[in-house]
Design a protein. Structure first.
Length: 249
């Protein structure tokens, strides 16, 4: 058993795995800085897949966090087929995020036939001022993942966040491996969704991923209320510490 753990640990270290934390509140950003996390995807309303964070959220996250800060650009909940006004909102949010010091943008848009909205992606690229771009889990809804992957590589998108078109990265690890093999390092495939300390080693070993994404959400206590207030979305600090130990030693 100890030998198996050491072998898995050696593989992780040899690959120099990067860890991206999905952070939806400012306290989680503080934790990420304190525990030397490699990168953050900053968003809000993580329980519904995330939307673009507020101006002040981005501004203060940038002041706190010194490593790579990626900003989710998603103007509303629901599907990823956007109308012209929504697209204008997204382009404006891109300009704001860049002005506030973002290192990367997390974007994605589809057509009503579940294909990449290539024309709008080209518009995003034209407005991104050369900043790193990650295509998000809208990819998990495309009809033909390998055709779409080729489009992303042609667009020279830097990385792709995906669960391998399954509910979780664990369930989608076979597809993730195929995507990583197909990408030939032209785009970084980043497994995400349902990743935690108990499965991260197996996902990395099974897929060959070199960067992983997780929210590590803390299960907050529900307070009795007559209002439907939702739940706080803070990172579980203990789980974060364990994740960094596994990946970074």
């Amino acid at each position: 058993m100890a030998a198996d753990f050491e072998a898995a640990f050696f593989i992780l270290m040899k690959k120099n795995i990067l860890f991206e934390l999905c952070a939806a509140d400012i306290r989680s950003v503080e934790m990420a800085e304190h525990h030397a996390v490699d990168a953050i995807e900053l968003c809000q309303d993580l329980n519904h897949g995330g939307i673009t964070p507020s101006y002040s959220h981005i501004k203060y996250a940038r002041k706190i966090f010194r490593k790579e800060l990626a900003i989710l650009i998603r103007p509303r909940l629901g599907h990823f087929v956007y109308n012209p006004m929504e697209k204008q909102l997204m382009l404006e949010d891109i300009r704001v995020a860049i002005d506030l010091g973002a290192d990367a943008l997390v974007v994605g848009a589809l057509t009503d036939t579940n294909e990449l909205d290539v024309a709008f992606m080209e518009e995003i690229i034209a407005n991104s001022m050369g900043i790193s771009l990650c295509f998000h889990r809208a990819f998990d809804m495309v009809a033909d993942p390998f055709h779409s992957l080729n489009h992303l590589m042609e667009l020279q998108i830097d990385r792709l966040l995906t669960s391998g078109q399954h509910k979780t990265a664990w369930e989608g690890r076979e597809m993730l491996k195929q995507l990583i093999d197909t990408s030939e390092d032209k785009i970084r495939i980043m497994p995400g969704c349902g990743i935690h300390t108990k499965n991260v080693q197996a996902i990395i070993n099974d897929t060959g991923a070199q960067r992983v994404h997780a929210s590590l959400k803390h299960k907050s206590i529900q307070h009795s209320s007559t209002l439907a207030l939702g739940q706080e979305e803070m990172v579980d600090e203990h789980e974060l510490i364990e994740m960094m130990k596994l990946l970074k030693s």
